[in-house]
Design a protein around this ligand. Sequence first.
Ligand code: UD1
Ligand code: MG
Length: 496
Amino acid sequence: MKQISAIVMAAGLGKRMRSKKAKVLHPVAGRPMVWYMTSLARRVADGHVVVVVGHQGEQVKAFLDQEKKALEPLDIAVQVKQLGTGHAVQQAKSVLMPKGKPVSELCLILNGDTPLLTQATVQRLMTQHQATQAAVTILTTELENPQGYGRVLRRPNGQVIKVVEDKDATAEEKSNHEVNVGTYLVNSAFLFKALDSLKPNNAQGEYYLTDIIGLAVAQGLRVGGMKTDDADECFGVNSREHLAFVEHVMRGRIRSRWLAEGVTMLDPNTTFIDDNVEIGQDTVLYPCVTIEGTTKIGCATTIRSHSRLTNSVVGDGVIIEDSSILDGAVVEEGASIGPFARLRPGSIVRTKAKVGNFVELKNVELGEGSKANHLTYLGDATIGKQVNIGAGTITCNYDGFRKERTVIEDGVFIGSDSQLVAPVTIGKGAVVAAGSTVTQNVPADGLTLSRTEQVNREGWAARRRAMYAKDGAKAKKNDAPKGAGRKSKALKKKTL
Ligand code: UD1
Ligand code: MG
């Protein structure tokens, strides 16, 4: 028999959140609350982990499926009607007590809404539970404002005898500041028998899990309460204000973790890092940087202010200048990005390549050492090594129906203000003259120019000024000097 299984109660809507989204799906530092509880359960339990879902159960299940790799093996139990926490735990019975026999000696039960709870505290709870041979051990803490929490009642000798919910408590019971955190260790055989005898005789008409405490005491079994001084980690999220508090504490923890790992933050309070992010040593984060999702950042990289990186991979020694946005992008070692650059999903910036100001990339590979330094849109393109993309270049990748690719081979020079109408290939080492609209493939090492020839008319501007000076404000458009808009022999070709 395994030693310990775990149950995460995650079926409630959380009315006090005033949300259409199930409470446990609300994110804290980029991960839904249910992630923290389930991953903690998985780390502690050697047996089954059962997540009880109900409200938006499909979405909760879909999220857990997506994180399967980290959480497996995992069971899902469905609580069709949310009749209370005792009823929620009962839904795990078929997994944890098949054919009337428990699969593990102990059950760890966790509320789905206490994401700050730590593994160290749960481990201490386990040690106490085993040392005292209790049937139930609960985690408690003293709160300055215990409103909304179940109060823990003890005998003068310290023995826990009851948890009374805030809504059911007398004024005297409410004056008690020791609260039930919602973290329980229970002997499996006792648990499932006790759950069968719960009655919804209370202010909310619910089956309270906390009533198993009174039942254990009535049977002469021992109930322990382990009090922790860290009230923050006991915080149960029931409202948006609670969510904001938990977010604040979690973000602080994450920052401390990375500071300890050798990351510099010029202003930690304005640096936002999601829980799943990884950052290498000697990386420097300037104020107001946000790093989200599964982003991984290498060593000695610098990220300047107001940049946001989401689900991206950034190598060592990269510089990301101010106000740049990376989403689903890969940036290799020594590259430089921004300021004001936007890298959309599928962008790969190879080693030592440069993406400058007001440049947008989407589904593009920019090869090693290549540069797109100014005012450019590159979409659906493969760009080779040592390519120069001139200012104002645009890949015209969309014809209103389909997206097409542009291929720019190694060593190409694209002159400024060029449009490359996809599908099109610019051969290795070719030059595209500034201001060209390229609609056909360009041969390797060739020159392409597709702009109209330049017209120069000597003295035209001076004649125009003189004419307008004579006619003053009455001058009309039709009075333009001779030769305007017509061909003149005074044309001069500009040598390219
Ligand atoms: C619960 C405890 C309370 C404790 C507090 C700590 C009970 C009766 N009360 O109150 O003593 O001080 O947590 O935060 O247990 N859930 C279900 N199905 C249901 C009802 C709830 O899965 O039918 C889940 C919720 O999704 C949530 C957890 O159980 O994750 C706790 O429910 P919640 O409504 O937040 O209970 P509290 O009123 O906070
Ligand atoms: Mg709660």
